[in-house]
Design a protein around this ligand. Structure first.
Ligand code: 5AD
Length: 446
């Protein structure tokens, strides 16, 4: 990776189609680029920045000028430095290798795979506490104290695939299938708007009944009626389809890689191909989506090395949202009798992902909430900064059983988690009916 440790620059485009144009132009002229999340203050222009190395700066500027492209800005990509992670006392308790890793983090240097493996594997309490505290500091410095709240609507549980971990695979005959109508979806969207939420997540199985035209239609209707931001989570599609959804108004897309170990990916996804999944993720990025990925912790055969590989993948792909959840067995699925993933390892993965990927959205996942009431609080204290509410209508909720005992994270649960987490705030846009002033004080509003 040519960017490691060298000075680099970020080209900020006026919008995503210009960003794509710039990227193509530079690549055509043999300039290596990377598409990365834009820094916070520029995220409103175009979410994705084109990263180039120092040595290509002048050539790039000339090419852009010749092509008549006026960028929004070109900025130096600054390292995030953290002072004071190590004190004398700590040096006596933790290992030398751990201190070496902390030094890299203090300097804003990239961690290598062996560092990440060390952080994920350590069982020393003092080291784990320090990892959580470090992740929490980086979370505070990069995305602040507000816990973003999103509303998810699981609008169809039909699925053409049969991922072995998932409870709604097409062949699972124990599942009662449902599809919401556009009107039913709109009712929920209006409710989400009424409680002040700004982003709605539309999630479903890979249901071919929901053709691109139908998806485009609901995107347009949500945009026109509410102006809310839209996150899609509808699986693998063609480039053209992703492009249509983007043009219709969708801004964000969640498509998890689940694992970067190709053998495990193949084993758990009988209908999928790793390279195709990767291609989809790259397309989403190229199209200028805020790009979501993530993994499952505790898949059969998965090692700490695999998880470290996942984290490097998130970093190197410039992923903006990273959903990390423990595996939970699902009734009627091929893995229904497998043990669930480890909460502690999931929390360490959240923390190390924050340390490595820095300015990204990391949800405190529903899967964590499903294993323990307080696990969402722990994740918020270990680097997470988002909560996704499940707003699927009651009559359908229990049929979206991607795993057993799925916790129905509602507004109350989210407020509870934010209030119990250390020094966190609910977003000012949130209108919570009946939230008393005492609760507001404790949770704090931004
Ligand atoms: N355990 C944990 N996570 C699961 N998902 C699906 N099934 C399971 C399971 N049994 C996750 C996948 C998917 C997301 C919507 O839910 O990561 O991307």
């Amino acid at each position: 990776m040519f960017f490691l440790d060298a000075k680099s620059y970020l080209i900020m485009a006026q919008n995503s189609s210009e960003m794509l144009m710039i990227n193509k132009l530079l690549n055509k002229n043999n300039i290596n680029t990377d598409l990365v999340p834009a820094p916070p203050e520029w995220g409103t222009v175009c979410a994705i920045a084109v990263k180039i190395s120092d040595s290509d700066l002048e050539k790039s500027k000339n090419l852009l000028e010749l092509a008549g492209i006026h960028t929004a800005a070109i900025l130096e990509d600054r390292k995030l430095k953290l002072q004071g992670l190590i004190d004398r006392k700590l040096g006596l308790i933790v290992s030398e290798q751990f201190i070496g890793i902390l030094k890299k983090i203090e300097n804003g240097d990239e961690l290598h795979k062996e560092d990440i493996v060390y952080l994920l594997a350590t069982d020393k309490k003092r080291e784990i506490d320090t990892i959580f505290a470090t992740a929490d500091r980086i979370r505070k410095e990069t995305v602040g104290d507000v816990v973003e709240i999103r509303g998810a609507i699981e609008f169809s549980n039909y699925c053409r695939k049969n991922c072995k971990y998932c409870g709604i695979g097409g062949k699972n005959s124990e599942v009662k299938r449902y599809r919401m109508t556009e009107d039913e979806i709109m009712d929920v969207v209006l409710y989400l708007k009424s409680i002040g939420l700004r982003t709605v997540i539309l999630q479903s199985g890979e249901d071919l009944y929901w053709s691109s035209d139908k998806i485009v239609s609901i995107i347009k209707r949500i945009k026109e009626t509410t102006g809310m931001r839209i996150t899609l989570s509808v699986g693998e599609k063609t480039f053209e389809e992703y492009e249509e959804f983007k043009k219709a108004g969708a801004e964000n897309f969640l498509l998890k890689i689940e694992t970067t170990n190709r053998d495990i990916f193949k084993e758990i996804h009988p209908d999928d191909d790793f390279d195709e999944r990767l291609q989809c993720s790259k397309w989403l990025k190229e199209l200028g989506y805020i790009n979501g990925s993530g993994n499952i912790i505790g898949l059969p055969g998965q090692t700490i090395q695999d998880i470290a590989g996942d984290i490097l993948f998130f970093r190197d792909m410039g992923i903006n949202m990273i959903g990390i959840g423990p595996f939970i067995p699902a009734k009627g699925s091929p893995y229904e009798n497998y043990p669930h993933g480890d909460i502690a390892l999931t929390l360490r993965t959240v923390a190390v992902t924050r340390i490595v990927c820095k300015k990204v959205y990391i949800p405190s996942t529903t899967a964590l909430a499903s294993l323990s009431k307080d696990a969402q609080v722990w994740a918020l204290n270990a680097g997470a900064n988002t909560i996704m509410l499940i707003n699927t209508p009651l009559e359908y909720r229990s049929s979206y059983n991607i795993y057993d005992n799925k916790n129905m994270v509602d507004l109350e649960a989210a407020v509870y988690a934010v209030e119990k987490a250390a020094n966190r705030k609910l977003p000012s846009y949130l209108k919570v009916p009946g939230l008393d002033s005492d609760a507001k004080l404790k949770g704090g509003f931004s």
